[in-house]
Design a binder for this molecule. Structure first.
Ligand SMILES: *Cc1c(COP(=O)(O)O)cnc(C)c1O
Length: 494
């Protein structure tokens, strides 16, 4: 399989090159030239496999360069019992007769980012070997909270890599901050940036397009790489769990082979839901894709009107991983919806850059609305959603709560009775303050004390690694101005 840039479809790279580079030099995102299909027979075969085998099989369709034994080894390591605290890796929790919750937070950092970031370092290492790259990969990450920790956990002490994480000073939860500040490993660095997530992300993007810095670093034996969801190696492992969840529903006799299932995904950078779209493009019987946002509702407006307009107030919410006004991966969707029109994508991205706004063509909008539904959820509704599901004996985090609420809205508005899966992207224990508030228990002081408090109140066990944060001393405490991010990279690489 070859990969092209969304901004220049004549630029072709192998999977190994695409994963090594992260972002194309022209600013575009690497996208497969076509979508391999997954037949009904293959879905039946996958039904008989454990998660790690399903993952190796599905990823193999996009990574012919990699040997099957190699992929099987990678997935065995990435999704093994020492990493994931659930034998099914990504289990479904049944809510009612036609609703399930897909739990993607059983990995080492208790957020769905682990699903991809446990395997990305191995894909990158193998890609470095295949491309004969001798320089050390300096992985730069802008994070709204979960990516940074999950990436460091995946890359810690991986040979020929260094990883530096930037997060918005006031844009992540206390537990997220602590998780990052206490990260172990000789090749990791963490830095808070003044501003919001978009500031941090734009800072990293600017570093990637800084030719002078690139040359300077090359001279010192480094090249820049990305673990953000712009990297194909992040998107691909996420395609797996949508197919895997479908298999699990078949195995449980909840659906018949070929019957459509809707997926509702709490969305920020548009990576997770894009992976679901790609699963649908492969032929998985996915009905509607429901894109759930918090009160940063730029995607809802886009899906409903065809106008993307980031000129709106930025809200800091209790679901910080969705506090995003520029959803990078939307570019890949635009490319596909336009039938691979790289020139059009370039135009839209230039407009976004210059005016913060673009409007897609009517045919694209029609296709968009056939597949996607967009909805958003206020802070009060997010709390109410947590409270309601808690009354049904199921504890969820604010991101998941947004998805649950938007799915309910979707069903009310459309009357669609298709079986549906909403995606749970973080353990409720990553956001104890908001969850306790929502269920009517005044949180005690101290984010770690709240973990014990929530355990006592709800009787739901906290993930062991979060509970173990107690007593760990922070290693990283720096806070910098956005203008100093380049200097920070230089200093980090010594
Ligand atoms: C990253 C993240 C999201 C958003 O996912 P995208 O792929 O960026 O759309 C949602 N919830 C949680 C908990 C996350 O960490």
């Amino acid at each position: 399989m070859q990969y092209l840039s969304t901004r220049d479809k004549n630029l072709r790279k192998s999977a190994a090159q695409a994963i090594t580079m992260g972002l194309s030099r022209d600013g575009g995102l690497f996208t497969p030239v076509s979508f391999p299909s997954i037949s009904a027979l293959e879905v039946e075969i996958l039904c008989g496999m454990p998660y790690r085998k399903r993952a190796a099989y599905i990823m193999g369709k996009y990574l012919e360069q990699f040997r099957p034994e190699e992929l099987n080894l990678f997935t065995k390591i990435a999704y093994g019992p020492d990493k994931f605290d659930h034998p099914e890796v990504a289990p479904l929790h049944q809510m009612d007769k036609r609703t399930w919750c897909l739990e993607l937070w059983h990995g080492p950092t208790s957020a769905f980012k682990d699903m991809a970031l446990q395997i990305l370092p191995q894909l990158l290492s193998a890609s470095l070997r295949m491309t004969g790259e001798k320089k050390t990969a300096c992985v730069l990450v802008a994070t709204s909270g979960d990516t940074g920790k999950a990436a460091m956990e995946g890359f810690a002490d991986v040979e020929q890599t260094k990883i530096l994480v930037f997060y918005p000073e006031n844009g992540v939860s206390e537990v997220q901050k602590l998780q990052m500040a206490t990260q172990e490993g000789g090749n990791v660095g963490v830095c808070a940036v003044k501003g919001n997530f978009d500031d941090a992300q734009n800072g990293v993007k600017a570093i990637f397009s800084d030719e002078q810095l690139r040359e300077e670093l090359a001279g010192r034996g480094y090249f820049l790489s990305s673990a953000n969801s712009i990297n194909w190696g992040r998107i691909l492992p996420q395609v797996v769990y949508y197919i895997s969840a479908y298999c699990d529903l078949l195995n449980a006799h909840e659906i018949k082979l070929g019957e459509p299932v809707n997926y509702c995904v709490p969305t920020g950078n548009f990576g997770n839901i894009l992976a679901c779209y790609y699963a649908k493009r492969m032929g998985l019987p996915v009905g509607r894709l429901i894109c759930a946002s918090n009160c940063n509702d730029v995607l809802t407006a886009f899906i409903r009107t065809g106008v993307y307009d980031r000129n709106r107030p930025f809200h800091t919410t209790m679901s910080p991983s969705m506090d995003i006004l520029i959803s990078s991966n939307l570019e890949r969707l635009l490319f596909d919806l336009s039938g691979g029109d790289d020139e059009l994508v370039r135009t839209y991205m230039a407009q976004l850059d210059q005016t913060g706004r673009y409007e897609i063509m009517p045919e694209m909008k029609k296709r968009l609305q056939e597949v996607f539904y967009g909805g958003f959820c206020s802070e009060e509704e997010t709390s109410a959603s947590i409270k309601m599901l808690h009354e049904y004996d199921y504890l969820i985090d604010p991101h998941t709560a947004v998805a649950a609420k938007v799915l309910t809205d979707y069903r009310k508005e459309t009357g669609d009775k298709t079986p549906a899966v909403f995606v749970s992207t973080a353990s409720p224990y990553k956001f104890c303050g908001s969850v306790l508030d929502a269920i009517g228990v005044p949180p005690v002081a101290g984010s770690l004390e709240r973990i014990s408090q929530m355990q006592d109140v709800t009787g739901v066990a906290a993930p062991a690694r979060l509970a173990a944060l107690k007593g760990k001393a922070p290693r990283f405490t720096a806070v910098i101005e956005r203008e100093n991010m380049v200097a920070n990279v230089q200093a980090f690489l010594g």
